[in-house]
Design a protein around this ligand. Structure first.
Ligand code: DUR
Ligand code: ZN
Length: 129
């Protein structure tokens, strides 16, 4: 059976192939399903001025907001890196928290298997206005 999580992980893997990562060579892809039911993908985009780099998760979330508008809410999100395994970085956790609920499932790979943590598990006591 094709679950939402497996579809998102597959889309994130495909998106990782589009990464612009000539400096780190970390190719990272992300896919998210919005509350409205739309799928968006994105990848990391690096820069010669390294600090300007944007992660796959934030590029995907900003893409989704640009398409759906300011009411965009994440229903589920998955992040995959080719040949690497890691959860979203701290900056991306803060941006995920802005556009999701405490219980929103966030998927990533660990030891070759999909792992799910909720937004609140990834970023407890998050800063919100
Ligand atoms: O959660 C993360 C962590 C890192 N990266 C990217 C940023 C940079 O291009 C490369 C190495 O940090 O991986 C992401 O896209 N998402
Ligand atoms: Zn990040």
């Amino acid at each position: 059976m094709m679950t939402v999580a497996s579809a998102l992980l597959e889309s994130a893997t495909a998106a990782a192939a589009k990464a612009y990562a000539p400096y780190s060579h970390f190719q990272v892809g992300c896919a998210l399903l919005t509350a409205k039911g739309n799928l968006f993908t994105g990848c990391n985009v690096e820069n010669a001025s390294y600090g300007l780099t944007i992660c796959a998760e934030r590029s995907t979330i900003f893409h989704a907001v640009a398409e759906e508008g300011p009411g965009m809410k994440i229903a589920q999100l998955a992040v995959v890196a080719l040949g690497q395994e890691f959860p979203p970085c701290g900056a991306c956790r803060q941006v995920i928290a802005e556009f999701s609920g405490a219980e929103t499932p966030i998927w990533f790979m660990r030891d070759g298997k999909p792992v799910m943590l909720t937004t609140a598990e990834l970023l407890p006591a998050s800063f919100k206005l």
